[in-house]
Write a protein that binds this ligand. Structure first.
Ligand code: 13P
Ligand code: MG
Ligand code: MG
Length: 402
């Protein structure tokens, strides 16, 4: 969920809550608005309409429109703060325009992630995934603003848990803990219970716990290992508690609709370098191509394959994808050019590794760990079949012959 600095800004308009001039917000909002020939990628016409709409919003300082598989991501910088109704409404409008185009083009799943909006204008709980961080621009302790923006398709928000634990809590994997005193002091993990549901019409709440690494590492691991239930909402510096490094979208579509309706396909912002782990430390764990819940019908276990931005889903059983864009932000809140991290040749080997792991997982077919946990499956049609079969079971008395 959102990571804000100093004051909670959710559901407040800019007039209710004056944002200091030197603060900037980076907002990444993603949604599946429809895709070509299955859950592959949006059409160029859809992407153009989103870009045309966002480019002229008065609040936008800078923006980039991308897609990862079938999900469109709107990446913006602005001064409206996190949870801004205006920002959320405009992004939702852009997605609605893309969904109308998808529908006109006869594409699959037009408007898949777009459910009825809330009166507040906040898109949380209405389908799109949101990651936002507000921070002071270029303070003394952070003379350059360096950011990595991740987007993943065909998986749930827990897909980032292993990478985040290793970069932000494990000194044996992330040498910054040994080499940089601000990092040695550790980080605060804000972990969200993604099973928490809010009934329709009730005030939006999130069930979260704050745990400090390194002393709470065992507790952090105990939660994050359950990738289907717990996700990292935020990670903050302990030396500069106002400074948020990580924000992840943690919405679950099945909590909104009660049925399987596409995977949650999370986006994530990581402010890196200086007081936070370096870019190389936050991307390193993606070499492991973690097994995550997702892929075909969101119901299996498959590896997370690092790929270039704007890659369609074309692998066997929708092998899950993750993209990473590295970018700097200047004193005016403008982006530099973007570096497409996983497009680099250095990642070819790990794509190969992901495909090898995917072959092994496919040998499992639906047996055992080949399929997602029973908890995840219970939002699919398999639950109907299981419930029917449950009624056919009968107790048979064991016969003992004398
Ligand atoms: P998405 O969540 O990316 O739309 O994928 C859904 C699906 O069922 C793929 O098989
Ligand atoms: Mg889709
Ligand atoms: Mg998707």
């Amino acid at each position: 969920m959102a990571a804000s600095r100093k004051r909670p800004r959710t559901n407040q308009s800019p007039t209710q809550n004056i944002i200091p001039k030197n603060e900037l917000t980076v907002t990444v909002i993603k949604a599946d608005c429809g895709s070509m020939g299955g859950h592959t990628q949006p059409s160029s016409g859809m992407l153009k309409l989103v870009e045309d709409y966002i480019a002229i919003r008065p609040w936008v300082i800078d923006y980039k429109i991308t897609h990862t598989g079938d999900d469109i991501a709107i990446i913006t910088t602005h001064k409206e703060g996190t949870g801004s109704a205006q920002v959320h409404k405009d992004c939702r409008n852009a997605f609605d325009i893309a969904a109308a185009k998808a529908s006109k083009e006869g594409l699959y799943g037009a408007g898949q992630d777009l459910f009825p909006t809330s009166p507040s204008g906040n898109v949380r709980g209405t389908g799109p995934g949101v990651a936002e961080i507000t921070f002071e621009l270029l303070p003394k302790h952070r003379p350059a603003e360096s950011i990595a923006i991740f987007a993943a398709d065909k998986c749930g928000p827990g897909a980032y848990n292993q990478a985040l634990y290793q970069s932000f809590a494990d000194p044996s994997r992330s040498s910054g803990f040994l080499l940089a005193p601000d990092i040695s002091k550790g980080f605060t993990f804000v972990i969200e219970d993604m099973n928490h549901k809010v009934s329709r019409g009730a005030a939006a709440t999130h069930r979260k716990v704050r745990l400090n690494s390194p002393e709470d590492n065992v507790a952090i691991l105990a939660l994050l290992r359950n990738i289907d239930r717990y996700g990292v909402a935020e990670i903050r510096s302990r030396v500069f508690p106002e400074e948020t490094s990580v924000a992840v979208s943690t919405d679950r579509l099945h909590n909104i609709t009660g049925i399987y309706q596409g995977k949650d396909d999370p986006v994530m912002i990581i402010r890196n370098q200086k007081i936070f782990p370096a870019l190389e430390e936050v991307i390193d764990p993606f070499r492991l191509v973690s097994l995550v819940t997702g892929d075909a019908r969101g119901s299996h276990t498959m590896p997370l394959m690092p790929v270039a931005i704007n890659t369609p889903v074309a692998g066997s059983y929708c092998v899950p994808l993750v993209t990473c864009l590295a970018v700097s932000v200047n004193g005016e809140g403008k982006f530099s050019e973007f570096v497409d991290i996983f497009a680099n040749v250095a990642w070819d080997r790990y794509r190969g590794l992901a495909l090898e792991k995917a072959d092994i997982m496919r040998q499992q077919a639906p047996f055992g760990v080949g399929m997602a946990s029973q908890e995840e499956i219970s939002y699919t049609g398999l639950k109907i079949l299981q419930d029917k079969l449950e009624k056919k079971f009968a107790l048979e008395r064991e016969v003992t012959r004398k």
